[in-house]
Design a protein around this ligand. Structure first.
Ligand code: AMP
Length: 581
């Protein structure tokens, strides 16, 4: 393995990264830094977050800067505010020994005037979300006509989120002779198209297998009844006393419900979804980062760009709709060379999806059984003993109580005391799980594969890049679409309002006209895009969806029975185990 010095990095940057504790390059850094330092080629890096890719492009980018030049020389585009902030922070750290380098993050949800002021003060590197950058370009507040390097980070995520046209527009405003470096965890056709249109004979690097996610992730699935999802989740949490997890749900409602129930049951949990204001999101993320939250319950969209190390488990409370999202979800664990576990709760009819995931990712998923009372109690007991070893004793605080306690326990020897202290916890676990049912479903005799096919039928629908993040619900959206298209609201069929996009059933012959009505439409400052969605792919169940990822539709059956189960408190309503700090 090469050292950082051998990669050709300048001493001032070497000093900074050594100060960050980076001892040796990660595989993607080792392979991409020498190529990017030449500045001669466009570049495609297929890699997950957590592999060290920010430094892989950030270090060469900084080394190419000419500090004396005025105006932005490099542009980094990333899908979310979190990622923008993270990248800017990383670039600032890598450049800390270079003298003044101005790196300005610009993203939606924050004051645009403040960002414009920062840009006016002088900027070497702009790190932007596509939407905000389009706004700034529209106001002529930023000039990207002289950038020499453009980095598209998490390109697949950006396209998933509907930023395709924004990216096209941004790239068209950059000079032809710039270098483009594209990073993506997966390589769907849309990313290939960007590469084909805007890149010149790029150098391609794949870290790990395409679509495979990190190598060191253990993929486990549990087959249960839909109504037992919540009970199963609690068992997995109780079975893993040191868990530090992200639990992925499909919808905001589900996210909110799961987190509320976990909190009610005494777990350190909170929700992260698109309905939260930015300060609320920051607060939740801050608590999670500091580990005062043990469980972050999130939607796919809200969790994009989350960069937290040491996440032990990613839990798919419900499977996502598309394979790419599974890869993104599971990539939130096993970061920076660590290992991690990705868990999925599935019903027997969803086994087909696991087979599809296995095939696409060339990975074996392991079927495990939801642990029962005995196994959970054993694990908790071991966890308790480990805690005894690790606990920090507050000598000063406890000292005044000890003489009295010793006196009280004088008649018990050491073995007896240990037995009794441990029994206090053990009895509680046993009592709690005494009548706990077996949650596992025997799926060995059923033919499940056919059932997945039901997802692949349907008619063309109207796709629109507006959704609940725009404050729209089905009523508001149908009123808006009716207003723009002139079509009668009552002629609309089903409306699925998702996070960043929605689908609407419109009579097929009217679809082209409906789409055309949106050609110059802007909604609250965002350019509206409408399209005809091929109905056969609208709920793609790991097919190649043309568009989108977060399933905003809600599985009513699951929700209802899940809710009943929560309310009936089938496994008792309160958590028996103490909160773990
Ligand atoms: P990234 O994939 O860029 O999000 O990086 C994931 C994490 O790995 C971040 O917390 C980085 O600070 C850390 N990291 C990146 N490169 C190295 C390295 N060479 N040695 C140790 N940690 C690293």
């Amino acid at each position: 393995m090469n050292t950082f010095e051998e990669l050709g990095i300048r001493t001032d940057i070497l000093k900074a990264i050594s100060g960050l504790g980076f001892e040796s390059p990660t595989p993607i850094q080792e392979q991409s830094i020498p190529v990017l330092l030449t500045g001669e080629k466009d570049f495609i890096g297929l890699a997950q977050t957590g592999t060290g890719k920010t430094a892989a492009f950030g270090i060469p980018l900084l080394q190419h800067l000419i500090r004396e030049l005025q105006g932005p020389q490099a542009l980094v585009i990333a899908p979310t505010r979190e990622l923008c902030v993270q990248i800017s922070r990383d670039l600032a750290a890598f450049s800390s020994k270079m003298g003044a380098v101005s790196i300005v993050p610009v993203y939606g949800g924050a004051s645009i005037e403040g960002q414009i002021r920062q840009i006016r003060k002088g900027v070497h590197v702009v790190v932007a979300t596509p939407g905000r950058l389009i706004d700034l370009l529209g106001r002529r507040a930023v000039d990207i006509s002289k950038v020499r390097y453009v980095v598209l980070d998490e390109a697949d995520e950006m396209l998933n989120m509907g930023f395709q046209e924004d990216i096209d527009e941004i790239l068209s405003k950059t000079p032809a002779e710039k270098r483009t470096w594209l990073f993506s965890a997966t390589m769907p056709a849309e990313v290939r198209r960007i590469a084909g249109n805007y890149m010149n004979n790029p150098f391609e690097l794949t870290i790990g297998q395409k679509n495979s996610g990190a190598e060191n992730i253990d993929h486990i699935y549990y087959v249960i009844h839909g109504r037992d999802r919540y009970a199963a989740l609690k068992r997995i949490i109780d079975f893993n006393p040191g868990i530090f997890a992200i639990v992925f749900c499909r919808t905001k409602v589900e996210t909110q419900e799961v987190s509320e129930h976990l909190i009610r049951d005494g777990y350190d949990a909170d929700a992260l979804h698109g309905d939260l204001s930015q300060p609320q999101r920051d607060k939740v993320m801050g608590r999670y980062r500091q580990r005062s939250l043990q469980l972050l319950i999130a939607t796919d969209v809200a969790a994009r760009g989350i960069d937290v190390n040491d996440v032990t488990h990613v839990i798919n409370y419900n499977l996502p709709d598309e394979i790419e999202n599974y890869t993104h979800r599971s990539g939130r664990t096993a970061r920076a060379g660590k290992s991690g576990i990705s868990i999925s709760f599935i019903t027997s009819r969803e086994i087909v999806h696991i087979k599809q995931l296995e095939k696409k990712m060339s990975k074996k998923f392991r079927h495990e059984k939801i642990p029962g009372a005995v196994e959970i109690c054993e694990r908790q007991l071991i966890g308790l003993i480990q805690k005894v070893h690790k606990v920090e004793v507050d000598e000063h605080g406890i000292s005044k109580y000890l003489p009295g306690i010793y006196e009280e326990l004088r008649d018990l020897d050491k073995e007896e005391i240990i037995k009794r202290f441990v029994s206090i916890e053990f009895n509680r676990f046993l009592e709690y799980y005494r009548n706990a049912p077996d949650l596992n479903v025997d799926f060995s005799r059923r033919d499940h594969v056919k059932e997945g096919d039901k997802y692949r039928s349907g008619k063309p629908r109207l796709f629109i890049n507006l959704g609940s993040v725009d404050g729209l619900d089905a009523g508001k959206l149908s009123a808006y679409i009716s207003e723009v298209t002139g079509l009668d609201k009552n002629s609309f069929g089903r409306i699925d309002v998702k996070g960043v996009y929605s689908f609407l059933d419109v009579e097929e012959s009217l679809l082209p006209r409906a789409v055309a009505s949106f050609s110059n439409e802007v909604y609250r400052g965002r350019r509206v895009r409408a399209d005809i969605s091929d109905g056969s792919k609208r709920s793609p169940a790991y097919g190649h969806s043309t568009h989108h990822s977060e399933n905003g539709s809600y599985d009513r059956k699951t929700k209802h029975s899940g809710g009943k189960d929560w309310k009936s408190g089938r496994e008792g309503s309160r958590r028996v185990f103490r909160k773990r700090k």
